[in-house]
Design a protein. Structure first.
Length: 259
């Protein structure tokens, strides 16, 4: 029989804060892996776009491997296969280090394609204009290209981080006690795995919902038309749709007319 009291206990009155600790572990693994993945992706994207084969082809091979093989397999290869490759059975990475390395390397491949799409979305004339002003490639990329590409990069980057929060559940296969691992380990002891998986799902939903609000705020800050949208929001529906009508009471037009 399903035990709702177990769900409420671990959600609201768990004295050991098992799932709060597991949620924190899930969050910091996601943040660190995503950050490293973004840095790797930036360098891989620049290598991928290079005209030099010794930079282009290694980046292509990296992206091909990590995008073409399952993340779970990559984790197991690093966890169990690395000691076999170096012929040292006693060499084992800590579980959190294994997860961080595997997740970061995998995310770097996906971010490389996202960053490359963002850079190519910027008109080529921007780089030519920057070089005509005497800027070197690195300076032009940092000051001219990447700030414009960020508007294209941020939405898929946000989706990748949202996915990363849920992908951390893979860490449970090597015994790391993130949300899913915590539910499985403590649930199996008392035969309440299903109940604790529901608790873990609630925490996943809380984390992804919170990130959804943060992502929306970041995208709004990077939107070049946000001032225009704010002005339109303060106009009446007739003004927005038909081109006439007074602004809503208290709007920008009311304040302007009072000066």
């Amino acid at each position: 029989m399903f035990q709702w009291d177990t769900v409420w206990h671990f959600l609201f009155s768990d004295p050991n804060h098992l799932f709060l600790l597991a949620a924190w572990r899930t969050l910091w693994i996601s943040v660190v892996a995503q950050f490293i993945g973004v840095i790797l992706g930036l360098f891989l994207a620049l290598m991928r776009m290079s005209r030099f084969p010794y930079l282009n082809w290694p980046a292509r091979a990296y992206i091909w491997f990590f995008r073409g093989s399952p993340l779970l397999v990559q984790v197991l290869l690093l966890w169990d296969g690395l000691p076999r490759i170096i012929n040292n059975p006693d060499f084992l990475l800590p579980d959190f280090a294994c997860i961080l390395v595997a997740f970061s390397l995998n995310e770097g491949a996906y971010m490389a394609e996202i960053v490359r799409a963002g850079i190519t979305s910027v008109d080529a004339g921007q780089m030519e204009a920057a070089k005509s002003l005497g800027m070197r490639f690195a300076l032009a990329m940092r000051r001219i290209i990447l700030p414009q590409a960020a508007r294209v990069i941020i939405p898929p980057l946000g989706n990748e981080f949202n996915n990363m929060l849920k992908t951390t559940s893979i860490a449970s296969v090597i015994g790391l006690l993130e949300l899913t691992g915590t539910a499985e380990v403590y649930g199996s002891q008392n035969f309440v795995i299903f109940e604790l998986l529901i608790v873990a799902t609630v925490f996943y939903l809380l984390l992804t919902t919170l990130w959804g609000y943060i992502q929306s705020w970041i995208e709004n800050r990077l939107d070049p038309n946000r001032t225009l949208k704010a002005e339109l929001d303060q106009k009446g529906w007739a003004s927005r749709m038909l081109g006439f009508g007074s602004p809503r009471p208290g709007g920008a037009g009311t304040l302007a007319s009072g000066r």
